[in-house]
Design a protein around this ligand. Structure first.
Ligand SMILES: [Zn+2]
Length: 450
């Protein structure tokens, strides 16, 4: 039984020297690998543009399922380009909800939530880094964004920032416009009249069509589907289902300048789904449980070296043309288990051109992840997966010159850096904020009666 523990002691005395020399050797290897990593990053073709990104790549990678702190070092060589292309042949099919969530004209409206910084928000939406830098360093007042405030911005097709609006209060808006490459600040003091509206509707054809008919704008429909994205698939709503919504609309003259969703209730069959806005700018159900879902930072059980980082401006090594690297390459040996970073539905699982064996998973309405160059695919299209499920084995298929995993994260159908993007955290409310929230629920849910 437990006697076994004694026997290694006996052996240890006899083999003292090799034991310590192995330990010493290991120490040197570890020391070498620690010193090697930053060096390694500098040598790659894809040098992160800001130091912040670099520290994130090496330090922030954490994985909550297994607490394995080991670092995988592949051959100890500097990073090499392992991919000549990562474009799948198969496009992820979109539906009418995507059209609404997509901001085709590249304008985004965003409500500040706890922990946000302007730099992170704009980075998450893939705004040109130089523009972010220029805006945030020139106008220090932009560090004073408050929870619940609205910001909005427009970009051109190359992600360059064109205009940025900051709604400080309903009648005080700061506007930042780019003129001749520089941002100019102006402010707009306008009479804005907030209106509380309650909108109700029945499903007769589809949620989007019936919501539009009831008077909701595309932007408002997008906010509603986002708020409930982890609880309800709006495509599954059927004739006879109902919805009701409480909004604050800010009217500037006759035009609607801004909407805030205070609460929504959707009846699907016999089930009721609620999303109510709390003081922290996030939505919770009527029992104050979080409506968001957590994600793993990356789809592997162990840390792995990044052989090529996210880079929307990557120059193709051969053609010299801009060929964005829309994901992160992890140097992992063939056969390494690949895990789904969150709950979701498999939308693509097949061999697809230069992407090789390719999986795409949709998580809620706003998030999509893709996994490329796999050796084996272990899931089927249409399959529901849970966070941490083994979906495939990494490999070297498609246009890839060495075993690695190419991983992408898309938010609102735009690729973002999965190592730095701020991901939703699922935490319910507690204490005082829960109390305040529950009293709010009472007054809002009474307006959501059918
Ligand atoms: Zn890649």
């Amino acid at each position: 039984m437990a006697r076994q523990i004694k026997s290694p002691d006996f052996e240890k005395n006899n083999f003292k020297i090799p034991y310590f020399s192995i330990l010493g050797g290991l120490f040197i290897v570890i020391l070498f690998s620690i010193l090697w990593r930053p060096l390694n990053l500098d040598r790659t073709v894809y040098v992160p543009l800001t130091p912040q990104v670099e520290t994130t790549v090496t330090d922030n990678i954490h994985f909550s399922a297994t607490d394995d702190e080991s670092v995988e070092i592949v051959n100890g060589k500097p990073a090499v380009v392992t991919e000549s292309s990562d474009i799948p042949e198969d496009e992820i099919t979109k539906d009418e909800l995507d059209d609404i969530v997509d901001d085709k004209d590249n304008s985004v409206q965003y409500t500040i939530v706890r922990g946000d910084t302007l730099h992170d928000i704009l980075l998450r939406y893939n705004v040109n880094r130089n523009d972010i830098y220029q805006l945030t360093t020139k106008f220090k007042q932009l560090a004073n964004l408050r929870i619940g405030q609205q910001i909005s911005w427009t970009t051109d097709e190359n992600h360059n920032l064109q205009t940025f609006n900051w709604t400080i209060s309903s009648n005080n808006i700061r506007i930042y416009e780019k003129l001749d490459g520089n941002f100019i600040e102006s402010s707009e003091i306008a009479e804005v009249v907030p209106q509380n509206v309650v909108i109700k509707g029945d499903i007769k054809s589809s949620f989007v069509a019936d919501a539009r008919k009831s008077g909701l704008t595309s932007n408002e429909i997008a906010i509603i589907t986002r708020a409930l994205q982890w609880r309800l698939d709006f495509r599954r709503l059927q004739v006879g289902d109902k919805f009701s919504v409480v909004l604050t609309r800010e009217m500037r003259g006759k035009s609607l300048s801004n909407s805030q969703l205070l609460g929504v209730r959707v009846k699907n069959g016999t089930k009721d789904y609620y999303a109510i806005l709390a003081d922290d700018g996030k939505y919770y159900d009527i029992n104050s449980n979080s409506l968001s879902q957590s994600f793993f930072r990356y789809p592997l059980a162990k840390k792995a070296r990044v052989s090529s980082g996210f880079n929307p401006r990557r120059l193709h090594p051969v053609t010299g043309q801009i060929a964005p690297h829309n994901g992160v390459d992890f140097a992992v040996s063939r056969g390494t288990p690949v895990l789904s970073v969150g709950n979701g539905e498999v939308v693509i699982a097949k061999y697809s051109g230069s992407a090789g064996n390719y999986i795409a998973i949709r998580h809620g309405r706003q998030y999509m992840t893709t996994y490329m160059h796999l050796d084996k695919i272990l899931v089927k299209p249409g399959q529901q997966v849970k966070q941490g499920d083994k979906i495939g084995l990494s490999g070297n298929t498609g246009r890839s010159t060495g075993p690695h995993l190419h991983f992408e994260l898309h938010i609102n159908n735009k690729p973002v850096n999965p190592l730095t993007a701020s991901l939703p955290i699922s935490e319910g409310l507690t204490g005082k904020s829960k109390k305040a929230f529950l009293s709010k629920v009472k007054s809002i849910s009474s307006q959501l009666e059918f």
